[in-house]
Design a protein around this ligand. Structure first.
Ligand code: FA5
Length: 338
């Protein structure tokens, strides 16, 4: 029995099988137990002899079993440790951190600049009435200049604002015609423009309005010059070109000189070396009157700029659609931009 049992234990490679072997020899119905049970039939003299042998056999089997069992457990443990091994020296995976959108940053930068010059920041609705978007800005129904801003209408009277200029009229209205106004208003605007590298059907504008006694065109020019130099650096020039808006008189458009030009042109600036970034002018007397201001006493200037174009110019971005397609490869380049 002992020889068989030890041999089987040695051969065994599995804890469960080993347990079965133990039961086979030492269990209730095991072969060694059978020997012990049969001792009653032996003579007085034989019993101690057989008993001693049986005990030795049991000890030998138990010892072999314990040893083998420890060895198998160790093997199993090693296997498990190897499987679950953790290499703490491996470099970690970098955590992807988001950041504000470049457009958000540009708008905030422009806001800060104008706040520094005494302007307050206002907001207005994106779903606007025909009255504020057009009529209060001296664009009565049927006026040909309405075509300059192809409009998304919701109903006859409601539309998606085509510019931030309605906020001029809304803000002046709040002041009963006897207070100066100095505000900027950033926000989204919508036009039925065909999308291309420099046009989008939805884009951002920042409106500016300064109404007071004795505001002059030279004030407008001074503020815009300061804005352009702070935004783009002192080596940039501004150019005001005569233009037309029904809500300003006289009206201008402002161009910024491009930095890097070669024989083939100036990237976003094309061949001219200049790019238009805003429209502006002296608030039309009729707009002041409609908002309740006495145009004999009060004058003002207003401007409306496109932050996308400004960001394109500042960072050399050649397609406006990059701002809206949410390509992380594009956006993440500007997480650390000032
Ligand atoms: C206006 O919208 C006037 N409300 C601006 C204004 C305000 C003039 C106050 C006078 C007084 P304009 O349509 O030119 O003007 O647009 C102003 C700026 O918005 C442009 O200079 C340009 O920077 C930007 N812009 C216009 N259309 C688009 C477009 N489709 N996509 C991206 N930017 C645009």
């Amino acid at each position: 029995i002992q020889a068989d049992a030890l041999e089987e234990i040695r051969q065994s490679n599995d804890l469960k099988e080993l347990q079965d072997i133990k039961v086979k020899y030492l269990g209730k119905k095991g072969s060694l137990t059978g020997v012990l049970k049969g001792m009653g039939k032996l003579s007085k003299e034989e019993r101690p002899v057989v008993g001693e042998i049986a005990n030795k056999v049991r000890e030998a089997i138990t010892q072999e079993f314990d040893q083998k069992s420890d060895a198998l457990e160790q093997v199993a443990l090693n296997e498990q440790l190897e499987k679950e091994a953790l290499d703490v020296t491996l470099p970690g995976r970098p955590v992807q951190v988001g950041g504000p959108h470049l457009l958000t940053k540009i708008v905030e930068e422009i806001e800060d600049l104008f706040i520094g010059m005494g302007f307050e920041v206002r907001e207005g609705p994106e779903v606007e009435t025909d009255y504020y978007n057009f009529e209060a800005l001296n664009l009565p129904k049927g006026h040909p200049a309405r075509d300059m801003q192809d409009t998304f209408y919701i109903t006859n009277e409601l539309l998606l604002r085509t510019h931030t200029s309605p906020v001029q009229a809304r803000t002046m209205r709040q002041y009963d015609g006897d207070q100066s106004v100095k505000m900027i208003c950033p926000g989204k605007v919508y036009r039925r423009d065909t999308d291309d590298a420099t046009h989008s059907h939805q884009f951002t504008q920042i409106e500016g309005l300064y109404v007071d006694k004795n505001v002059r065109m030279s004030d407008l020019k001074g503020i815009l010059d300061k804005f352009a130099k702070s935004m783009f650096g002192h080596d940039r020039k501004i150019r005001l070109r005569p233009s037309f808006f029904p809500f300003t008189e006289p009206s201008v458009e402002m161009d910024i000189s491009c930095k890097v030009c070669n024989g083939e042109g100036c990237s976003v600036c094309k061949k001219t070396g200049w790019i238009e970034i805003l429209g502006a002018g002296m608030v039309h007397p009729r707009v002041l009157e409609m908002a309740g201001y006495d145009s004999e006493q009060y004058t003002g200037f207003a401007f409306g700029m496109g932050p996308e174009r400004i960001a394109m110019l500042k960072y050399g971005i050649d397609d406006i659609r990059n701002f809206y397609t949410n390509d992380k490869r594009f956006l993440s380049q500007y997480h650390h931009a000032k």
